[in-house]
Design a protein around this ligand. Structure first.
Ligand SMILES: *Cc1c(COP(=O)(O)O)cnc(C)c1O
Length: 376
């Protein structure tokens, strides 16, 4: 009997992603164990310096995770008098929940703006219609690894003097007009969650800014609101970057550009070779480099496509299946529902993407997708 060899293509293998760094990672971990410093030692201080240089901003504060980074920025601006409780912040409706949680947990109101149908980033031409009297800030999310900036967005920001808090969890290394995302606005929240382009071996994050007042207050807030030990001037919280994770990030920062380059090679293969009338491919906006955190296609028969790929051993995911306006937890945001956004989120599918995907895996995904035909 002839048995067909069933190929398996994982969505992402974190084991493989980290394997190539293994020797250096083990060395770095052992040096931390031997140092006896586990919170804010040499590795953390070095990483903050290295990462600030990489992004092109003056200050980096290592924190516990990406959500905390965004919260700390908002709380910092409230304490500096630049934001007020109950102010509203423009944010895309198709983001990950953390963007919205950060805004709400600090007592501000999210205004959910629909994404563009071509870039999936906040629709800059629609923003002005959403601005209210109490709108003082915007949180552009560089979704899937592509900068959310463009000329129209820049104009709106300037005209309305908005404070810009970038959610740069997904686009570390991406460029807009030759500047790194994370250095485009007043401050940015970064996530080093393991599956992100620059991933730690656990939770980790950073606040990036060139605003010295904000940098100072975020540092204090992230460490129990204390600048001098046991003297507390602010109500802070505990969100610090672990020395172990900082050591990991120092190793992996050296490889981020090569890793992003590898993602770009795979994305180009997908873009040039996927040919199927039922599938719409992602685009790269002018003046931008895309770091392909996710490769998201669109298909009106998405459920069938996903099933078909699964049957052929190819794992896919959906980022994200439900708009923020439609989430159970945010029932008070229901009136911000947007039909076009929900329809779009019903059609998106993320293909396998990582710097360690093998060439024959990429080819197999392409071949399989090209053979897809909806059955109803
Ligand atoms: C991952 C992510 C975050 C949150 O990062 P954590 O480190 O998981 O807290 C925030 N925003 C976006 C868009 C993300 O993808």
């Amino acid at each position: 009997m002839k048995t067909e060899i069933q190929r398996q293509v994982k969505f992402l293998s974190l084991k493989k992603v980290n394997n190539k760094y293994e020797k250096d990672l083990l060395e770095a971990l052992s040096s931390v164990v031997n140092s006896g410093y586990f919170i804010r030692g040499k590795q953390t201080i070095l990483f903050e310096k290295n990462f600030a240089k990489y992004i092109g901003s003056k200050y980096v504060i290592g924190v516990g995770n990406g959500l905390d980074a965004l919260r700390l920025i908002i709380r910092g601006y409230i304490l500096l008098g630049k934001l007020q409780k109950n102010d509203s912040i423009l944010v895309p409706n198709n983001t990950f929940v953390a963007s919205i949680l950060a805004i709400r947990e600090e007592g501000l109101q999210p205004i959910l703006v629909p994404p563009s149908e071509t870039t999936y980033n906040i629709e800059s031409s629609k923003i002005e219609a959403y601005i209210q009297d109490n709108t003082t800030a915007i949180m552009p999310v560089h979704l899937y690894g592509m900068p959310a900036y463009n000329d129209v967005l820049e104009k709106v920001i300037k005209k309305h003097q908005l404070i810009v808090i970038e959610d740069n969890a997904q686009a570390v290394g991406a460029l807009y007009k030759l500047k790194k995302t994370g250095s485009l606005g007043h401050a940015a929240g970064i996530s080093f969650y393991p599956s992100k382009n620059l991933g730690a071996l656990g939770d980790a994050g950073a606040v990036v800014t060139s605003d010295s007042d904000l940098a100072r207050i975020v540092r204090i807030l992230s460490n129990y609101g204390s600048e001098k030990k046991y003297y507390h001037d602010y109500q802070g919280f505990n969100s610090r970057l672990d020395e172990i994770q900082a050591a990991v990030l120092n190793v992996k920062l050296k490889g981020i550009d090569a890793d992003n380059q590898q993602r770009s090679i795979i994305a180009q293969q997908y873009i040039y070779n996927i040919k199927n009338q039922y599938i719409k491919l992602p685009c790269i906006q002018d003046n931008c480099t895309h770091v392909w955190h996710l490769f998201v296609i669109r298909c009106s028969h998405k459920d069938q496509l996903q099933q078909y790929l699964m049957k052929n051993g190819i794992e896919t995911q959906i980022h994200y299946p439900i708009a923020m306006s439609d989430q159970t937890v945010f029932s008070d945001l229901k009136d911000q529902h947007c039909e076009a956004t929900s329809k779009m989120q019903n059609e998106i599918l993320s293909l396998p993407m990582s710097p360690v995907m093998e060439d024959d895996e990429v080819k197999y995904v392409i071949q399989t997708i090209n053979k897809f035909e909806p059955w109803i």
